[in-house]
Design a protein around this ligand. Structure first.
Ligand code: ATP
Ligand code: MG
Length: 238
């Protein structure tokens, strides 16, 4: 799905190469984790793959659509109907309740009739049934993160792009979120997840290791120990 993806940001007179020539394929029914030191380009790579950043080099294909040659409108429809996003910053709309935030992508995708029930069910799955009527400011960081996960899952996505989906969560809630993401894969979808957590990454089918924007290693049968060892080789703590 990604070929030679590169992303360079201007930085004054110089430039920052955030991602260099990364190629990868996310298969159906597969969960892939991306790990690497802070600043190694994980979030940028995810944004490029999800079509949220323009590419400096290379090409990306999502669900059979080449991102560069697909029109904006068509891409928006594709995203709303088939793609779930979990961002590092939660991107919740502050004036809407948790329930309304989760309903939004469904409504935008024209699935208004299903929106209420689906959103309630998704919030219940992440343990937030009681908090459905609260606005983001009235929720803890971990609760806000769970709202974004409910929002991503409510559309029953074919692909989920998740940036640190368990970053603000305790061990128990993290495990539950990883189970929910695994559910997407069990239903035939794909998950690409950026994470700092070696144990969480080890629950993926494959782990890709980034260092200075380049893919430096792939772990085919990940265990926590293998992920930790690869992170050590890639430049220490994350
Ligand atoms: N919008 C931007 N403009 C300029 N530079 C950027 C921008 N976004 C990211 N960068 C730079 O690109 C590099 C990769 O950043 P990125 O956010 O992808 O790292 P990361 O691996 O997700 O880090 P973390 O683990 O801390 O979230 C960094 O050097 C960062 O400063
Ligand atoms: Mg990041």
């Amino acid at each position: 799905m990604a070929r030679d993806v590169g992303k360079t940001f201007p930085d004054g007179l110089a430039e920052v190469v955030a991602v260099r020539a990364v190629s990868l394929t996310l298969r159906r029914g597969e969960m892939v984790a991306v790990v690497g030191p802070s600043g190694s380009g994980k979030s940028t790579l995810l944004a490029c793959l999800a079509g949220l950043e323009t590419l400096t080099t290379g090409s990306v294909d999502v669900l059979g659509h080449d991102l560069a040659s697909t029109g904006r409108r068509e891409l928006a429809l594709l995203r709303r109907a088939h793609v779930g996003f979990v961002f590092q910053s939660y991107n919740l709309i502050s004036s809407l309740t948790a329930q309304e935030n989760v309903e939004l992508p469904l409504r935008l995708a024209g699935r208004r009739a299903a929106a209420r029930l689906r959103a309630s069910a998704a919030l219940a799955r992440v343990g937030l049934a009681e908090q459905a009527e609260r606005r983001p400011a009235q929720l803890s960081g971990g609760q806000q993160q769970r709202v974004t996960i409910a929002r991503a899952l409510a559309v029953e996505p074919d692909v989920v792009f998740a940036d640190e989906p368990t970053g603000a969560l305790d061990t128990g809630t993290s495990a539950e979120v990883l189970r929910l993401l695994r559910g997407v894969v069990d239903a035939g979808g794909s998950v690409l997840m950026v994470t700092h957590d070696a144990a969480g990454a080890a629950t993926a089918d494959r782990v890709l290791v980034l260092r200075d924007g380049s893919l430096v290693e792939e772990i085919g049968r990940p265990t926590t120990e293998r992920v930790l060892a690869a992170l050590g080789r890639a430049g220490g703590a994350t």
